[in-house]
Ligand binder design. Structure first.
Ligand SMILES: O=C(O)COP(=O)(O)O
Ligand SMILES: [Mg+2]
Length: 227
């Protein structure tokens, strides 16, 4: 039997990336003379990768995006983000201990994020976390991305694990919907990037800190799926 797997979302779950996403976004908005987006707007614009983030910033400012402007702005965003990584981004308190706790208990760990794969790898590399994960799958790794369950199922397959012995940990409705559609239990953190409290999306469990994420909790969730 393959090892059980714990799959983490990245932005807002494992790593607090909001300040750097905002910096890079505002750097790119500045090139088109747009007013910067504020920290409190981040929950409304993050979650579907950098293109959607730029589109949402334009919508927020009621500005029209011209034909090929999005490609050019995304390139500016990506250059700025990659040049500054890891910037101010740090793992949330207890995140690294949690990954280690599960690996010691025999779990495989993976990342399933809508952030582009290259950006995700640079960030995790800069934070010294890449080695923990058997697979790191971004929004452009497969032909589909969250909330399509295929993104999560293919991440699990890439890590050599079994979806019957898997759990997802995320911070947004997207993560919860993805896991549910894949038939996988999902633990939501309530400290990430969402404009509505995660409990509204009915995850299997809600936690307010990584110290609450025990191996026992995950074992019970996996056992309940199997039965
Ligand atoms: O960067 C984003 O927009 C989303 O990233 P996440 O899937 O890791 O939350
Ligand atoms: Mg997230």
């Amino acid at each position: 039997m393959s090892a059980p797997i714990i799959v983490f979302d990245l932005d807002g779950t494992l790593v607090d990336t909001a300040p750097d996403l905002l910096d890079s976004l505002n750097h790119c908005l500045e090139t088109v003379d747009m007013e910067p987006v504020k920290q409190e707007d981040i929950n409304r614009i993050v979650g579907f990768g950098s293109r959607v983030m730029i589109e949402r910033a334009f919508a927020l400012r009621r500005r029209h995006l011209a034909g090929n402007q999005l490609d050019a702005l995304q390139a500016i965003f990506l250059d700025h983000y990659t040049a500054n990584v890891p910037g101010h981004s740090r793992p949330f308190p207890g995140a690294v201990d949690t990954i280690e706790r599960f690996r010691t208990a025999g779990y495989t760990a993976a990342v399933c994020t809508n952030k582009l794969e290259g950006m995700s790898l640079s960030l995790l590399e800069a934070l010294g976390l890449v080695e923990h994960f058997q697979a790191i799958c971004g929004g452009d790794t497969f032909p589909m991305r969250k909330p399509d369950p295929g993104h999560l199922l293919r991440t699990i397959a890439m890590a050599g694990a079994d979806p019957q012995r898997a759990v997802m940990v995320g911070d947004s409705r997207t993560d919860i919907d993805t896991a549910k559609a894949a038939g996988i239990p999902v633990i939501a953190v309530d400290f990430g990037y969402t404009d509505q409290h995660v409990s509204a999306f009915e995850p299997s469990r809600v936690i307010s800190g990584f110290d609450e994420l025990t191996v026992e909790m995950v074992e019970n969730l996996i056992a309940a799926t199997a039965s």
